[in-house]
Design a protein around this ligand. Structure first.
Ligand SMILES: Cc1ncc(COP(=O)(O)O)c(C=O)c1O
Length: 208
């Protein structure tokens, strides 16, 4: 495998508090083994999520100063909107402050009792928002995903046959969307192949 160096310098460092195994065990026990209840100050290495762990680039920091904070009609929003339209091809762009907030809005529109939303594996906040709306959040991982000894390189893939069987069983009217989470967070952060994403889209489009 070819190794390259990281093509950037990290400009700021944030100290973290060292903890002992005994302190970590005590913090976990006190939280009832619910990671959302562990205070961040007691966490030495955060494996709960990758959210908020990346360093900002100098361009991102500079962007804060260039930002147009006008209450309405901000130039920054126009740049944001046109860039996302170009990347996604979607006409309508609605910014939210966090992923879980987007999911909340999405499921308010597409979810509800009687609906089924398949996914390679639902991320915890996606499942919570889907189920809160009353719909069923269904995980359809490939069999290799459940085999820790498997060396298959794309264990985050969605099981296309299981998706076809689901569409056959419940009908397209009850499936408002087919989701795919990349990387597959709840499936151990495993990667998803481009071929699997294309097959998923083809199956969903053919049935729509
Ligand atoms: C699929 C998915 N949904 C939601 C989230 C949560 O994002 P946020 O912390 O911005 O709410 C994540 C974060 O990893 C995610 O991968």
């Amino acid at each position: 495998m070819k190794t390259i160096i990281e093509p950037f310098r990290i400009k700021s460092v944030e100290p973290i508090r060292m903890t002992t195994p005994e302190e970590r065990e005590a913090a976990l026990t006190k939280a009832g083994f619910n990671l959302f209840k562990v205070p961040a100050r007691d966490v030495l290495i955060d494996l709960l999520t990758d959210s908020g762990t990346g360093a900002m680039s100098s361009e991102q920091w500079a962007g804060i100063m260039r930002g147009d904070e006008s209450y309405a009609g901000a130039r920054s929003f126009e740049r944001f909107e046109s860039t996302l339209q170009e990347i996604t091809g979607f006409d309508h762009i609605l910014p939210t402050h966090q992923g879980r907030a987007s999911e909340r809005l999405l499921f308010e529109v597409i979810g509800g009792p009687g609906m089924v939303v398949p996914n390679n594996a639902h991320f915890d906040t996606t499942r919570a928002n889907a189920e809160h709306s009353g719909c069923e959040a269904l995980d359809l991982p490939i069999p290799e995903a459940k085999d820790p000894a498997s060396r298959y390189p794309f264990k985050g893939d969605l099981d296309i046959q299981a998706l076809e069987a689901l569409i056959e069983r419940v009908g397209v009217e009850r499936i408002p969307a087919v989701m795919i989470t990349i990387t597959n967070n709840s499936g151990g952060g495993q990667p998803v192949s481009l071929g699997n994403m294309r097959a998923k889209s083809a199956t969903a489009t053919a049935c729509a």
